[in-house]
Design a protein around this ligand. Structure first.
Ligand SMILES: [Zn+2]
Length: 505
C-alpha cells in the first residue's frame, strides 16, 4: 500500500465525510420517483375555488380534512385517535357587543369610539363609578385592591396591568382575571384605563373584531369588562371622589359562537425495534382564511376567494407526499402525520394537540413542520430554526440531492419561527423546525401572494413543488433514521422546556 503524504491524509480526512454522506442517500427510495402530476392534481383540488379558502369552521375546511384522512387511509396508516383519523378541536368565536356605553360624571364613553367591551353578558345599570387602583387580588402576596372598598352594585375603573407590571405582559395577565375579581367583590362592570404605548385604534381593531380561540369551557365574564380611552383629567377626578361619580353602564352583550374543527392524523410504525418507540411528529396546517372580508386582504367581485395555494396547500401536499413515501419504505423511528386546523386563527389546532397529545409528548422526539407561506427563490428551500436542534446537516444533504440549496432563517425581522405551528411544540419542549419554500426576504414577490386572492393554483411553479416535496421527504427520512435523536442546542430558549419534558438527558 502506498504511503500517503500529509496533504493526502488531510485530503482524505476532509473528503471522507462528504463521500459517506452521499452514500447515505439511496436513490431507489420512493421520493426519487415522485410524480409532478400527482402534486399538480392535489394542488388544483386543495386550493380550488370549491374549497373556498378552507377557513376553520367552514365546509371547505371539512372537505380538505376528509381528503387528507382518505389519503392516510389509502396509505395504510393507523388512525391516530382510537380508530379515528380525526381529533376534535373545540373552538369558540367571540364578537364584541354592537352597542355599549359608560357614563361617569361628565365623562361619556361609547363603543366604537373610546370604549372597548371585550367580555361579559348584556347589562344595563344606573351605578356609581369608582376607582379600584389595579383591581387586582393576589392570595400569595395578600394584595387585595378591594379590601377596604365597597364596590357592590358599582362600576369599577382600574389602572391597566397589575401592580408589579403595567407593561403589555402585565396587561395581558390582568385581562384574564380582573373581571372575576371585580365580580367577586360585587361590582356590576369593570373597565381599565388604556395606557399601552400603541395606538388605541390598533388595540380596538385587534380585540374588537371576531376573535377565535380554543374553547376553554369557561363562560365569558359574568359582568361587562373592557377598556376605556380616557382624557387626562378623568383619573385624577375619579380618585378624588372616594364614593365615586354618578353614572350608568349599558352593553348589548357578547355574542359567543361555539364550533368544532378537526385535526387529521395517522401513525406508521418504525422498523427499528430500538427506535420505534420514539415518534417523529410531522405537521402542516391545511386551513386558510376563507372568502371576501374574512380574508383580511383586497378582493373583487370577480375573485374573492383566498385559495391558499402556497399557504398552505403547498405544505399539506408535501406532508402527504412524505406520508405516501414512508408507507412504501418505512423509516427507523415511528412517524406521526398530523395535518392541523386553525393555524390562521392563532395556531389553534397545533396548540390543542400539544395540550391533548394522542401519543405522549415524552415519546415525541421531534416536530418537523412544513409551511408554504410563499417563495421567491426556486433554487432553494428555507429552514426556519436552523442551528437549534442539530438537524441542519440532514436538511442540507436532502436538499442537495434534488439540486436545492438551504436558506437559513430568512427575514429575521418577521420572527417566523414563533409564527408557525412548530412553536406549539417547542413551547412544550419538543425540538421543532419549519421547512419552508425558498425565500430570500419578505419582498414584493412574497407580498403579491401572501394572504391574497392571487395565491391560487395557476400561479404555482409545479416542478418546484415536486422538488420541495422530494427534499422535505428525504430530510424527514434522514432525521427519522439518525442514530441520535435531535435535541435543543445548549442555551436555546426552549432547552429548559425540553429538560422538563424529557428529564435531564
Ligand atoms: Zn397564513
Amino acid at each position: 500500500m502506498k504511503n500517503f503524504t500529509l496533504t493526502g491524509w488531510l485530503f482524505l480526512l476532509f473528503t471522507l465525510p462528504m463521500v459517506a454522506q452521499e452514500s447515505v442517500v439511496d436513490r431507489t427510495l420512493p421520493e426519487f420517483n415522485f410524480s409532478e402530476a400527482v402534486f399538480a392534481g392535489e394542488m388544483h383540488w386543495l386550493a380550488s375555488d370549491y374549497l373556498a379558502g378552507r377557513r376553520t369552521g367552514s365546509v371547505g375546511n371539512e372537505i380538505a380534512a376528509e381528503y387528507i384522512a382518505s389519503q392516510l387511509r389509502a396509505f395504510g396508516y393507523t388512525p391516530i385517535n382510537d380508530g379515528s383519523f380525526f381529533q376534535d378541536v373545540p373552538l369558540m368565536s367571540v364578537r364584541g357587543p354592537k352597542a355599549g356605553n359608560l357614563l361617569a360624571g361628565k365623562y361619556n364613553f361609547n363603543s366604537g369610539d373610546n370604549l372597548l367591551i371585550m367580555r361579559g353578558p348584556a347589562a344595563q345599570a344606573n351605578a356609581e363609578v369608582v376607582f379600584a387602583n389595579y383591581g387586582w387580588v393576589d392570595a400569595e402576596t395578600g394584595h387585595d385592591d378591594y379590601a377596604d372598598l365597597d364596590v357592590k352594585g358599582k362600576v369599577v375603573i382600574t389602572r391597566a396591568g397589575i401592580p408589579s407590571d403595567a407593561s403589555q405582559r402585565g396587561v395581558f395577565q390582568g385581562v384574564s382575571k380582573k373581571a372575576e375579581f371585580a365580580a367577586a367583590a360585587g361590582a356590576v362592570g369593570i373597565f381599565e384605563v388604556y395606557t399601552l404605548p400603541f395606538p388605541w385604534s390598533n388595540f380596538t381593531r385587534y380585540f374588537g373584531g371576531d376573535r377565535m380561540s380554543l374553547d376553554s369551557g369557561a363562560e365569558s365574564a359574568t359582568i361587562p369588562y373592557g377598556f376605556i380611552k380616557a382624557e387626562e383629567g378623568f383619573l385624577p377626578e375619579l380618585q378624588k371622589k372616594k364614593k365615586g361619580l354618578k353614572g350608568s353602564m349599558a352593553s348589548s352583550g357578547m355574542q359567543v359562537t361555539r364550533m368544532t374543527s378537526r385535526n387529521v392524523g395517522g401513525i406508521i410504525e418504525g422498523t427499528d425495534p430500538n427506535l420505534k418507540d420514539e415518534y417523529m411528529l410531522m405537521t402542516a396546517h391545511f386551513d386558510h382564511v376563507g372568502v371576501g372580508a374574512q380574508g383580511g386582504g383586497a378582493y373583487t367581485p370577480v375573485d374573492s376567494i383566498f385559495n391558499g395555494a402556497r399557504d398552505n396547500a403547498f405544505g399539506t401536499i408535501s406532508l402527504l407526499a412524505a406520508a405516501r413515501a414512508f408507507s412504501e419504505v418505512k423509516p427507523r423511528r415511528s412517524i406521526i402525520i398530523l395535518a392541523v386546523t386553525g393555524e390562521e386563527m392563532g395556531l389553534l389546532g397545533s396548540q390543542h394537540y400539544a395540550e391533548n397529545p394522542l401519543v405522549p409528548l415524552e415519546s415525541t422526539v421531534f416536530n418537523f413542520n412544513t409551511d408554504g407561506g410563499g417563495y421567491n427563490d426556486t433554487t432553494a428551500i428555507s429552514l426556519i430554526g436552523s442551528n437549534r436542534t442539530g438537524i441542519d446537516e440532514q436538511v442540507e444533504v436532502a436538499s442537495a440531492a434534488f439540486g436545492l440549496t438551504v436558506i437559513k432563517d430568512p427575514a429575521p425581522e418577521q420572527n417566523l419561527y414563533d409564527r408557525s405551528d412548530n412553536v406549539s411544540f417547542s413551547a412544550k419542549g419538543v425540538p421543532s423546525l419549519s421547512f419552508s419554500p425558498g425565500m430570500t426576504e419578505f419582498d414584493d414577490t412574497i407580498m403579491r401572494y401572501y394572504h391574497q386572492v392571487k395565491d391560487n393554483p395557476e400561479t404555482i411553479n409545479m416542478p418546484y413543488l415536486k422538488k420541495y416535496c422530494q427534499a422535505f421527504t428525504l430530510a424527514a427520512r434522514l432525521i427519522a433514521n439518525r442514530d441520535v435523536r435531535p435535541y435543543w442546542k445548549a442555551g436555546d430558549k426552549y432547552e429548559e422546556a425540553g429538560k422538563q419534558l424529557y428529564g435531564t438527558r
